[in-house]
Design a protein around this ligand. Structure first.
Ligand code: URA
Length: 209
C-alpha cells in the first residue's frame, strides 16, 4: 500500500515472534518491544537531513555530519505507545516527547482523549507517533488529528502490527502521514483486536493481566 513501509528485517521478525508468543514473560516482552522500537527507529529516521560540522579528530581537522534542524518529537499514545518510547530514545536521546492519552470506548471502538501534552513548538518539528497496534485506526487518526490541531504538519506513524482495515482508515484520513510497521496481520476480531496479533499490548508490557 502506498505510504506504508513494512520493516521485515530478520531481527524484527524474530523479536516480533517472541512478542506474539503467549508464553513470553512480561519482562521479555517489554525488552523485545524496546529493542524492536530501536530497530524501527533506525528505519523511520533513515532520510533525516544532516548538515556539515567542522570537527577535529585526535589526528586531523575534518568535516563531519550532524542532524539538521530542530530536535524531533516522539509522540507515544498512552499507554502501550510508551512501551516503544525508550527504544526510540536510545537512538535519539535528545528528542522531545509528546504524550497523548486516548482510550478506545469498548462499545463504539471510538477514541476518547483524556490527556495531551506536547512541546509548544510542535509545528516546527518532525513528529513520530508511536503505538504498537494499528487496529481499527481510530486512535491513530485521533492522535494525528490532535497534533495537527496544534499545527504539526510533518508527521510519521510507527507501529509493530497493523491490520489492513487500520491502514486503510488511517491512510484515508491522513494520506500525508506515512506509516512504518513490522508486519500487517490478517484481520480484526469483533472487539477490534488484531488477529493473530499479540493480544493486548498494554497488558503484555505492564503485566496487568
Ligand atoms: N490494541 C491492542 O493492544 N491489541 C490489539 O490487538 C488491538 C488494539
Amino acid at each position: 500500500m502506498d505510504g506504508v513501509t513494512v520493516i521485515d528485517h530478520p531481527l524484527v521478525r524474530h523479536k516480533l515472534t517472541l512478542m506474539r508468543d503467549r508464553r513470553t514473560s512480561t519482562k521479555t516482552f517489554r525488552q523485545a518491544m524496546r529493542e524492536t522500537a530501536t530497530l524501527l527507529c533506525y528505519e523511520v529516521t533513515r532520510d533525516l537531513e544532516t548538515e556539515a560540522v567542522e570537527i577535529e579528530t585526535p589526528m586531523a581537522a575534518m568535516r563531519g555530519e550532524a542532524l539538521a534542524g530542530k530536535k524531533l518529537v516522539f509522540a507515544p499514545i498512552l499507554r502501550a505507545g510508551v512501551g516503544m518510547l525508550e527504544g526510540m530514545l536510545d537512538m535519539v536521546p535528545s528528542a522531545r516527547v509528546a504524550h497523548i492519552g486516548l482510550y478506545r470506548d469498548p462499545a463504539t471502538l471510538e477514541a476518547v482523549e483524556y490527556y495531551y501534552k506536547a512541546p509548544e513548538d510542535v509545528a516546527e518539528r518532525l513528529v513520530i507517533v508511536l503505538d504498537p497496534m494499528l487496529a481499527t485506526g481510530h486512535t491513530a487518526v485521533a492522535a494525528v488529528d490532535r497534533l495537527k490541531e496544534q499545527g504539526a504538519h510533518r508527521l510519521r506513524f510507527v507501529c509493530l502490527l497493523a491490520s489492513p482495515r487500520g491502514l486503510e482508515t488511517f491512510r484515508a484520513h491522513h494520506p500525508d502521514v506515512p506509516v512504518w510497521t513490522a508486519a500487517v496481520d490478517e484481520t480484526l476480531d469483533s472487539h477490534g483486536y488484531i488477529l493473530p496479533g499479540l493480544g493486548d499490548a498494554g497488558d503484555r508490557i505492564y503485566g496487568t493481566r
